[in-house]
Design a protein around this ligand. Sequence first.
Ligand SMILES: NC(=O)C1=CN([C@@H]2O[C@H](COP(=O)(O)OP(=O)(O)OC[C@H]3O[C@@H](n4cnc5c(N)ncnc54)[C@H](O)[C@@H]3O)[C@@H](O)[C@H]2O)C=CC1
Ligand SMILES: O=C(O)[C@@H]1CCC=N1
Length: 272
Amino acid sequence: MTQAKVCFIGAGNMPRAIISGLVTNGYPADKVHATNPSVGKLDALKADFGIQVSHDNVAAADDADVIVLSVKPQLMQMVCEQLSHLDLSNKLLVTIAAGIPAARYQDYFKQPIKLIRTMPNTPTQIGVGMTGLFADNSISAEHKQICETLMKTGGEVVWVKTEDELNQVIALAGSSPAYFFLFIESMIQHGIKTGLDEQTARALAQQAALGAAQMVVQNPQLSLEKLRTNVMSKGGTTARAVETLEEGDLRGLVDQAMTNCIKRAEEMAKTF
Ligand SMILES: NC(=O)C1=CN([C@@H]2O[C@H](COP(=O)(O)OP(=O)(O)OC[C@H]3O[C@@H](n4cnc5c(N)ncnc54)[C@H](O)[C@@H]3O)[C@@H](O)[C@H]2O)C=CC1
Ligand SMILES: O=C(O)[C@@H]1CCC=N1
């Protein structure tokens, strides 16, 4: 079942990113189905990737080998209950939702299920995503392989050993593209404020961000500190800028942001 029939229940930003990764990497479009209540996102998915689309969660799930639960956490219970009368014994369930513990889905579906929790991120859309995966001991090696194959089409995957570690995956990878976007956005704002046109400011900031990320990836032998100090001439411009960031406690702020990200995932685990 390496090219299983996959159905995404919910066709928002994150499933679109995964579907883009799948289809552009050769996964057969006729084996991918997405459902959504409104037509706009479905029309776009059909036009862009040639996948099947519909409004009927139950029929789409019934026809699939793998059901990817991809609605917002607050809608998950309602969506799972809608599917609970299906025979799910031969299907693999994959959830991409933040927060909701694996055990909760057993309650939602009112039957034993095979479920893998995943935490992807939006760069999956362009093949440079990162997805954390968690499966308990009841999940077969074949099902783990199927899920890994699906998620790997959009980038890297990491299996975590405990379900709690998925919250760290959220803080480090699921949510973190937004931190970097905010940083780049702030740099562009400064460029514009000091007289550059937006296009030039964005071109400068985005290429620097891309270059910096590639430097990290391509120099695993170098510490982040070394990469940073290589830019910082003694008494120079970078040193002044980095001192300013340190004085403003950027590290403390990042630590607090990630702590709060994890706290929110823990709250969600109690709420939904
Ligand atoms: N956006 C991100 O970067 C990431 C999101 N996630 C998770 O992915 C899930 C979806 O998030 P997004 O795609 O960002 O949300 P989104 O708001 O873009 O998409 C949710 C979609 O579900 C649809 N929907 C609502 N009720 C439905 C129903 N009854 N049946 C089928 N579809 C229904 C909505 O119309 C919407 O298109 C969430 O659980 C989130 O925690 C996980 C990792 C990263
Ligand atoms: O913000 C959220 O809750 C989701 C999970 C990770 C990224 N987006």
